[in-house]
Design a protein around this ligand. Sequence first.
Ligand code: NAD
Length: 483
Amino acid sequence: MTTESLFIDGKWRSSDGGQVITVISPASEVEVGVAADATDEDVEAAVHAARSAFDDGRWTRVPMSDRAAVVLKAAELLESRIGEIASLVTAEMGAPTSVASATATRSVDTMRFLADLAVTTKLRDVRFDGGPTAVVREPVGVVASIAPWNGPFGMAVTKIVTPILAGCTVVFKPAPETPLDVAFLVDALSEAGLPDGVLNVVTGGVSTGQALVASSGVDKVSFTGSTAAGRLIGAVCGSDLKRVQLELGGKSAAIVLDDADLDLVRTGISNGCFFNSGQVCVALSRVLVPRGMHDEVVDALVHAASGWKIGDPGDSSTTLGPLVSRRQLERVEAYVQAGIDEGATLAAGGKRPAGFEKGWFFEPTVFANATNSMRIAREEIFGPVVTVIPYDTEEEAISMANDSDYGLHGAVFTRDLDRATQVAASIRTGTFSVNNFVYNNRAPFGGVKASGIGRDTGREGFESFFELKTINLAPGMEALYTD
Ligand code: NAD
């Protein structure tokens, strides 16, 4: 197995420090691979490569259409490797192969979407208010992109391809649980003609991430991960005046109104809570239901929970794989105990499934009769656990949904689309779904409150990788800035 997982200035290499991180299969607990644990010196080498590549203009001066062509070529190269990418993601983090494969396919489509977006983005315009002025979009510079493990390949695509298309150079740090799959993207972009130094990868854990965030050669940090880490990173960026984008945790509420279609509730919330074993930032992990419908909704969710097939994630019939790590399993177990201790009713699941001696599997779990003050209603569990809370009035439901430190996602289930519109307008979140559970990575995505700052994905996510420069023009220059 190779430890050459650092990609710096166009070359794969191992760490000068010689330390490694070991990747363990969450399903079998067998070693899947190793990666370099990058030292501060490795990180500085990667930032230096990215800085030089940005400053000498080898990529910023490449026309947008040529940058897009590199990405489209890379997408074409990746098309034939979807199966390999999916197998590696399944091995690294335990996502069922059907999920990993659909996600890899969608990620390659996203590359094409981003390339199209890039070539249709207006990079300059001329204005005449207060005198002739050109407003020009310029790439923000060297971007440190830091990712979690829960959707690693798709995350790498978003966090690498978006800034690169904007003309930035990038140092990417994947999560230590999933350091391997990004190599497919790196190799495809390199083969497609991305110049050396434009994309660099450092693998490692928290200290590698800290060194990257602190590096003086970085202009912007694009971070996706926990709120706790986001606060620390935001503080460093605030002090250094680095641009920062934080996509953090959530505790999203689904409000079931009294006229809801129960079939939509069952499928929407089951997917919203149990997909990817609940390791989803937008999980609809709090469900607010009219008191009179509480038992009926709980029964529907218990029934839905029993429909997930737990098993070897490499088996195509498996729909629910393991949690990513022993640490994550212990965290989920501790939250289940907290729910029981605080008086919620455990209606389904709550334990490791019988017959799984190896692997960090956990049953889909439903808590009923909970209150919004319990820890299982306030804290992000990041496991297959849904907390059902009864309410008496719609106003109370809206107030409970907003009574959260987080503001990432939310949902309403109702047959009355006017009521849906009113509820959507009353909830303080960055995204919201009506009668379903959706993550649309072609629209702006992000949160308010402790769920983050800024927007990833979509046109707005792309535009966040530019600085605006205002050029006050001398007479006669307008034509030079008009496309
Ligand atoms: P994490 O915060 O522990 O780690 C995320 C990444 O940041 C990893 O690569 C880690 O090594 C690195 N890191 C951790 N501390 C750091 C620090 N102080 N400085 C620099 N880098 C640091 O999160 P995780 O456990 O990997 O992922 C789960 C979390 O991610 C959940 O809270 C989930 O909600 C969140 N998440 C958010 C979104 C979103 O778009 N809002 C998407 C996916 C996951």
